[in-house]
Design a protein around this ligand. Structure first.
Ligand code: AP5
Length: 213
């Protein structure tokens, strides 16, 4: 199965992608995670990406398109993949279609997680993540057993650099401008499924499964 998860920042793309990955045993390909790892490793890509990510802007299309082209050609993507955070612009979506066509593949489902701005702000300001294993928590909806400590690996939880209110508002603006038009793009292609992303993580997961089965 090849699946795209669309939705604004904080819609729960990463949370649902991790559950889908377990269920279907296919990789989660998150451009945000790839870029954050590059920032952490202080690579050339990371240095270039950081200045955009810190202020809630998109990293230039050619950079992320190159990353994705390389990633989906790897052996673990042969049986499918979940794209989380890509595509984010019409140019990225067009390039993805071109690349998949060259590979003789198509996207099976595009699931749009719909959630309002108030909920997004609450989710992102309360989020903490584990820089070691990628574990994700929320102070209300998914608190760690021991405050500040990752349940999975015992790492020290941190808040993402871009999860402050001003940057979240900028990310939402960028989403409306550049990413929301993708809904129309995929609707025209006939594979857009909309899921109301309010409710518990498990409730949303069963709605997503209903859409992709
Ligand atoms: P990226 O990492 O993709 O961030 P994002 O799209 O802003 O999404 P988030 O990771 O913030 O949220 P999410 O939807 O995954 O929600 P999550 O499951 O974590 O991108 C970051 C930056 O990288 C971009 O701003 C850009 O600069 C750059 N970038 C990345 N991709 C790019 C691309 N293709 N092109 C150009 N630039 C790119 O959940 C959020 C919180 O809510 C968590 O705490 C979670 O526990 C909680 N939660 C989840 N579900 C629920 C629920 N149902 N109820 C209550 N709480 C919930």
């Amino acid at each position: 199965m090849r699946l795209i998860l669309l939705g604004p920042p904080g819609a729960g793309k990463g949370t649902q992608a991790k559950m889908l990955k377990e269920k279907f045993q296919i990789p989660q390909v998150s451009t945000g995670d790839i870029l954050r790892q590059a920032v952490k490793d202080n690579t050339e890509l990371g240095i270039q990406a950081k200045s955009f990510m810190d202020v809630g802007q998109l990293v230039p299309d050619d950079v992320v398109i190159g990353l994705i082209k390389e990633r989906i050609k790897q052996a673990d993507c042969e049986t499918g993949f979940i794209l989380d955070g890509f595509p984010r612009t019409i140019v990225q979506a067009e390039k993805l279609s071109e690349t998949l066509t060259e590979m003789g593949l198509t996207i099976d489902n595009v699931v749009d997680l719909e959630v309002d701005a108030e909920e997004v702000i609450n989710r992102l300001t309360g989020r903490s993540t584990c820089p070691d294993c990628g574990g994700m928590f929320h102070e209300e909806s998914r608190p760690p057993k021991v405050p500040g400590v990752c349940d999975g690996c015992g790492g020290t939880l941190a808040q993402r650099q871009d999860d402050n209110k001003d940057t979240i508002l900028k990310r939402l603006e960028v989403y409306q401008e550049s990413t929301a038009p993708l809904k129309q793009f995929y609707k025209k292609q006939g594979n857009l499924k909309t899921v109301i992303a309010r409710g518990s993580v498990e409730e949303i997961f069963s709605r997503v499964l209903e859409m992709v089965k």
